[in-house]
Design a protein around this ligand. Structure first.
Ligand code: FAD
Length: 431
C-alpha cells in the first residue's frame, strides 16, 4: 500500500534547521511525509526572533521555507511544545523517525556577582524584546543612562550595539516592534562598549567576504590606526553617539549603585594571551579596571536545553550527543542545527548541517534501520493533543496571522507590525 511506502517523519522546531531538514527529506524522497512541530504559534525561529530588523534581506529564506511548508507532503503544527504537550517517546511511537531541531533557547550566564541587579540583562532577552518574542515582550529595558556595556564581541553583540546606536528614524520602516521603537526613541544611551576577554585576532564576529579572518583583521587595524581625513574627523567629532571595542578585559563583577539598587558599572580584569594558535587563552594580568555604565548586556552565548528526559544531552557542551546528526544510542532519533552543533554559525552553516542530517536519515531508511510497517504520524499525535486541550496552529493559520501583521504595518510604512501576544494570535484564529 502507499501507506507502507510513506515514511512518516517528525521534525521538532521550525527554525532554519527544521525547515532545511524537511526540505532535504521531501526533495530526496518522493513519498516521505514531514510534520514540523513548533512551540510558538508562528514559524521560522531565529529568522523571525533573532535576525536584526535592519537586516531584512537575511529574512528572504522565509520564502524558501514557505515553499517547503506548501508541499502537499509537509505540515506545520505550531503552538505545540514538545516535552510538555507531547513527549519525544510519543513522537517516536507515531513516526518512523524524529529529528530534533529545537535550537538554543537559553543564554549562558556570566556567573559573576551582581549579575542579578536591575540594569543587567541578557542580549538574548534584549534581542527577543525588539523582535517581538512573546516571552520577552515586556522587558522594557531602561535606556535612561548614557553608557551601555555589552559583554561579548560576537555577531549578536554587534547587532545589539547597532540597534542601541542607530537613530530610531532609521528603524521606523523595519519590522521592529512598535513598543521597542517607542523605548528606543526615548533612549539616552550615547556610548556603547563591547568588551571581550581576548584580542582583535580572536573576535567571533563574521563578515561576508572570502578569507574573512585576514580581511577582518585588516579592517580593524585600518580603522584603529589610520588617521581620519578632515571630513571623517569632523564627522566623528560631531557624532552624538559612539561605540568602541575593549579587548583583553574579563568581567569580574557588576558594580552596584551607591544605594545598591541597580547596576552602575562593570569591574574588568585585564587579561593577556598565552599559548599559540588554537590553544590561546586569556589569562588575568592582575590589573583591574572599572567601567561605569547604567546598562549591562551579557552576550556570551546562547545555550540549548534538554527537551525530554528520554533524550541524551551533553550539558557541558549544551548539545545532543550525535554522530553526523544521528543521536548517540537512540536509533531513529536525529538532530540538526544549533542543538546539534552548538549555538554558533549563520543560517548557511545551519543549512549545510541540516542537509547532512537529512542525508543520514535517508541512508538509514534505505538500509532498513528504521521501523518497518506503517506509522500513524499526525493522526496519533492529534488525538493526544486534543485530549490534552492543545490546539495546534497550521501553516494556513500562520498565513492569516502573517496577513494581519502585514496589514497592521501598512499604515506606518513597516513591512509588518508583529503580533507579540500568543493569546491574541489564538483569538484572531478563533481558537
Ligand atoms: P532556531 O532558529 O532557534 O529554531 C529553533 C526552533 O525550535 C524555534 O522556532 C523554537 O521556538 C523551536 N523550539 C524550541 N523548543 C521547542 C520545543 N520544545 N518544542 C517545539 N519547538 C521548539 N544568521 C545569519 O545567517 N544572518 C544573521 O543576520 C543572523 N543573525 C542572528 C542574530 C541573532 C540574535 C542570533 C541569535 C542568530 C543569528 N543568526 C544569523 C544565526 C541563525 O539564526 C542560526 O544559525 C539559526 O537560526 C539556527 O537554526 P536552528 O533551527 O538550529 O535554531
Amino acid at each position: 500500500s502507499t501507506q507502507e511506502k510513506t515514511p512518516q517523519i517528525c521534525v521538532v522546531g521550525s527554525g532554519p534547521a527544521g525547515f532545511y531538514t524537511a526540505q532535504h527529506l521531501l526533495k530526496q524522497h518522493p513519498q516521505a511525509h514531514v510534520d514540523i512541530y513548533e512551540k510558538q504559534p508562528v514559524p521560522f525561529g531565529l529568522v523571525r526572533f533573532g535576525v536584526a530588523p535592519d537586516h531584512p534581506e537575511v529574512k528572504n529564506v522565509i520564502n524558501t521555507f514557505t515553499q517547503t511548508a506548501h508541499s502537499g507532503r509537509c505540515a506545520f503544527w505550531g503552538n505545540v511544545e514538545v516535552g510538555r504537550d507531547v513527549t519525544v517517546p510519543e513522537l517516536r511511537e507515531a513516526y518512523h523517525a524524529v529529528v530534533l531541531s529545537y535550537g538554543a533557547e537559553d543564554h549562558r550566564a556570566l556567573e559573576i556577582p551582581g549579575e542579578e541587579l536591575p540594569g543587567v540583562c541578557s542580549a538574548r532577552a534584549f534581542v527577543g524584546w525588539y523582535n517581538g518574542l512573546p516571552e520577552n515582550r515586556e522587558l522594557e529595558p531602561d535606556l535612561s543612562c548614557d553608557t551601555a556595556v555589552i559583554l561579548g564581541q560576537g555577531n549578536v553583540a554587534l547587532d545589539v550595539a547597532r540597534i542601541l546606536l542607530t537613530p530610531p528614524e532609521h528603524l521606523e520602516r523595519t519590522d521592529i516592534t512598535k513598543a521597542a521603537l517607542g523605548v528606543l526613541r526615548q533612549s539616552r544611551v550615547k556610548t556603547v562598549w563591547l568588551v571581550g576577554r581576548r584580542g582583535p585576532l580572536q573576535v567571533a564576529f563574521t563578515i561576508k567576504v572570502p578569507r574573512p579572518r585576514k580581511r577582518l583583521t585588516e579592517l580593524l587595524l585600518r580603522t584603529a590606526t589610520e588617521k581620519p581625513g578632515p571630513e571623517e574627523a569632523a564627522r566623528r567629532a560631531s557624532a552624538s553617539r559612539a561605540w568602541g571595542l575593549r579587548f583583553f578585559r574579563s568581567p569580574q563583577q557588576v558594580l552596584p549603585s551607591p544605594d545598591g539598587r541597580r547596576a552602575a558599572g562593570v569591574r574588568l580584569a585585564v587579561t593577556r594571551l598565552e599559548g599559540v594558535d588554537e590553544a590561546t587563552r586569556a589569562v588575568p594580568t592582575g590589573d583591574m579596571e572599572d567601567l561605569p555604565c547604567g546598562l549591562v548586556l551579557s552576550s556570551v552565548g546562547y545555550k540549548s536545553r534538554p527537551v525530554d528526559p528520554s533524550v541524551p544531552f551533553d550539558s557541558k557542551l549544551g548539545v545532543i550527543p550525535n554522530v553526523e546528526g544521528r543521536v548517540m544510542d537512540v536509533p531513529g532519533l536525529y538532530c540538526s542545527g544549533w542543538v546539534k552543533r552548538g549555538p554558533t554559525g549563520v543560517i548557511a552553516t545551519t543549512m549545510t548541517d541540516s542537509f547532512l542530517t537529512g542525508q543520514m536519515l535517508l541512508q538509514d531508511l534505505k538500509a532498513g534501520l528504521l521501523p518497518s510497517g506503517p506509522r500513524p504520524g499526525y493522526a496519533a499525535i492529534q488525538a493526544l493533543l486534543s485530549s490534552r486541550g492543545v490546539r495546534p496552529v497550521s501553516f494556513s493559520d500562520w498565513e492569516k496571522l502573517d496577513a494581519e501583521e502585514v496589514a497592521r504595518g501598512q499604515g506606518t510604512g513597516k513591512p509588518r507590525e508583529k503580533l507579540v501576544d500568543p493569546q491574541e494570535m489564538l483569538r484572531l484564529l478563533g481558537h
